[in-house]
Design a protein. Structure first.
Length: 172
C-alpha cells in the first residue's frame, strides 16, 4: 500500500508536468508559447561607448605581473567585450603566466568568441616570443584532445602543425 505522501508527490509531479506542457506548442517542446513571449521595447536609448578600461601594458616586469593579474580577472567578466579585450591584451604580455591564463580560457571560455581569440593570442605569443619551454604548444595539444567544440579542436590542430613547422624552420 502506498503512503499518502508518495501519492501526493506523484500527483504534484503530474500537475507540474501538465502546466509545463501547456505552455508549449505541440511539437515544440522547450519553446515558450507565443503568448508568453515578451516583446522588446520599441527603441532603446543610445548608450555612450564605454571608456577604455585598460591602459597599455606596462613595460617593467613587476607591472606586467600586475597587468596579467588584472587581465586574468577580466577574462572571466560577464561582458564579452571586456573578455575579448583582455584575451587580446594577453598576447602582448611578457609574463609567462599569460600562457596559463589563455589555456584556462581554452577550457572555460565561450567556444564561439573567447576560445578562438585565445588560440590567436597563443599563436601570436609563439610567433613573436618563441615557445622554448613548449608551454604554448602543450596548451594547443591539450585543446586538440579536450575541447568540446569541433571548430576549436580543428583550429588548434592546424595552429599546432603550423607552429611546429615555423618554429622548427626558425631553429635551423
Amino acid at each position: 500500500m502506498l503512503r499518502p505522501s508518495v501519492v501526493l508527490v506523484a500527483a504534484a509531479c503530474v500537475a507540474i508536468s501538465v502546466v509545463l506542457l501547456s505552455l508549449n506548442r505541440p511539437g515544440e517542446v522547450g519553446k515558450p508559447a507565443a503568448s508568453t513571449l515578451i516583446s522588446p521595447p520599441a527603441a532603446l536609448p543610445e548608450q555612450p561607448e564605454p571608456a577604455e578600461v585598460h591602459a597599455p601594458l606596462p613595460t617593467t616586469e613587476i607591472d606586467d605581473v600586475r597587468a596579467v593579474d588584472v587581465l586574468h580577472g577580466d577574462t572571466q567578466s560577464p561582458d564579452a567585450r571586456t573578455r575579448a579585450d583582455a584575451i587580446a591584451e594577453l598576447s602582448r604580455s611578457t609574463d609567462p603566466r599569460a600562457v596559463g591564463v589563455l589555456r584556462r580560457v581554452l577550457d572555460d571560455g565561450d567556444p564561439q568568441v573567447d576560445q578562438p581569440l585565445a588560440l590567436q593570442s597563443l599563436q601570436k605569443l609563439a610567433l613573436e616570443r618563441g615557445d622554448e619551454d613548449g608551454a604554448i604548444r602543450d596548451a594547443l595539444r591539450y585543446t586538440v584532445y579536450h575541447a568540446t567544440d569541433e571548430s576549436v579542436t580543428q583550429t588548434a590542430q592546424l595552429m599546432l602543425e603550423d607552429l611546429d613547422a615555423r618554429l622548427a624552420s626558425a631553429a635551423r
